[in-house]
Design a protein around this ligand. Structure first.
Ligand code: HEC
Ligand code: HEC
Length: 336
């Protein structure tokens, strides 16, 4: 009897422990690996819906003027078209707004901070940064939580996303990170070409692609599915106002090193480079002038017009118009 009971308990225990977390449907094309998700922040539709609302909510900034989406606009691949974007109170930004396509796959994050590994960790920065001020919530976390708590619909959405847990800053950034992980871009003409549609890109762009991965040497750094090795390089773009990775590590060898940016949707994310100093793709490519990259020799080997034609094929119209990534029109079943 006892043995049978033990067996049943053991069986129930194993069955309970063995239940996998509800698998999240990423809607990815065949062959694309889903991004890694931190064990303490599994994906759920409720979290993504909450994160989407938070991403578009200017009430997350001190004076109610600035949402994440103010700087990260979907139609521009989640950039904003400016060299740098001022935060609240018109405090000038230091760096160019980065696109967020496939950001779920990036570690480290941002142009030059080797300590930012997770989206949860990164999302706190714009909220609380003091240099430059972006959303101005430094030291105002109780204000932020108070605002969310005073909204009935946010209370419902947090309860659905984090059952039995309170509205906290940690849960706020977890939800935002979950939404960001759904910003997936794999439907550009280049992606379709890769999947076997030989006519998805023009012969001229194909020549650019061959050059990009071959003689022009671009893929040495712009490698992999997102065209970035996620490593830091000095290509000769440093300036006295921004020492790049050195600012964080303090090591002189890191002077003027920046993380290779992804080139997904790059044709619609001008201006370019860490400070937005290149207005066109041609200027961005020609800015690779040396540093430790030796681009001075590499660039003349590739035809810049061909390279640009290739870069234009990485623009994903499905992504920039995807309704599930846009400003939500309703919350808790009601229009705003
Ligand atoms: C005032 C403009 C501004 C606002 C508001 C803003 N960002 Fe950004 N974002 C930037 C800039 C500029 C960078 C590059 C920062 C750097 O490298 O120093 C960036 C970088 C990022 C990155 C890194 C992308 C990568 O490829 O590594 C993520 C993720 C991100 N932002 C998410 C957010 C989220 C989430 C919010 C809202 C909580 C937000 N941003 C609000 C301007 C902004
Ligand atoms: C040695 C590594 C390396 C090589 C090789 C390289 N790049 Fe870059 N690329 C970078 C880095 C690092 C940046 C960012 C520099 C900055 O912001 O100051 C960058 C920036 C860019 C940008 C601007 C993107 C943006 O969003 O701001 C484009 C476009 C670009 N590269 C295209 C190319 C092309 C085309 C080639 C080949 C001709 C190439 N790169 C070769 C490392 C490299």
């Amino acid at each position: 009897m006892i043995a049978r009971l033990t067996l049943i308990i053991a069986f129930v225990w194993v069955a309970w422990r063995g239940v996998p977390a509800a698998a999240y449907d990423w809607h990815l094309p065949a062959g694309v690996t889903p991004p890694k998700v931190p064990a303490d922040n599994p994906m759920s539709a409720a979290k993504v819906a909450l994160g989407r609302r938070l991403f578009y909510d200017a009430d997350l900034s001190l004076d109610g003027t600035t949402a994440c989406a103010t700087c990260h606009e979907q139609g521009r691949g989640f950039t904003d078209g400016n060299a740098t974007h001022p935060g609240i109170g018109d405090v000038q930004g230091l760096r160019n707004v980065m696109g967020l396509a496939n950001v779920a796959y990036f570690d480290p994050l941002t142009w030059a901070d080797s300590t930012r590994h997770r989206l949860e960790q990164q999302a706190v920065m714009p909220l609380t940064n003091t240099h430059p001020v972006e959303m101005g919530m430094h030291g105002k976390m109780t204000v932020l939580v108070g605002r969310l708590q005073s909204d009935t619909c946010y209370r419902q959405m947090f309860a659905a996303a984090f059952p039995k847990d309170a509205i906290t800053v940690a849960n706020t950034v977890k939800a935002i990170a979950s939404f960001e992980r759904t910003m997936l871009s794999f439907d550009s003409p280049f992606d379709r070409y890769q999947r076997g549609d030989a006519n998805a890109i023009t012969p001229f762009a194909k020549a650019g692609m061959v050059s990009f991965f071959g003689k022009a040497g671009c893929a040495a750094c712009h490698s992999g599915v997102n065209f970035t090795d996620l490593d830091y390089h000095n290509i000769g773009t440093g300036n006295p106002h921004d020492e790049g990775l050195e600012t964080v590590t303090g090591r002189t060898m890191d002077k003027n090193r920046f993380r290779t940016p992804s080139l997904r949707n790059v044709a619609i994310t001008a201006p370019y480079l860490h400070n937005g100093s290149a207005k066109t793709l041609e200027a961005a490519i020609r800015a690779h002038v040396g540093g430790d990259s030796n681009m001075a020799q590499i660039i003349p080997r590739g035809d810049v017009a061909e390279l640009i034609a290739f870069l234009e094929t990485i623009t994903d119209r499905t992504f920039v118009t995807n309704p599930s990534l846009s400003l939500p029109q309703t919350a808790c079943g009601k229009p705003f």
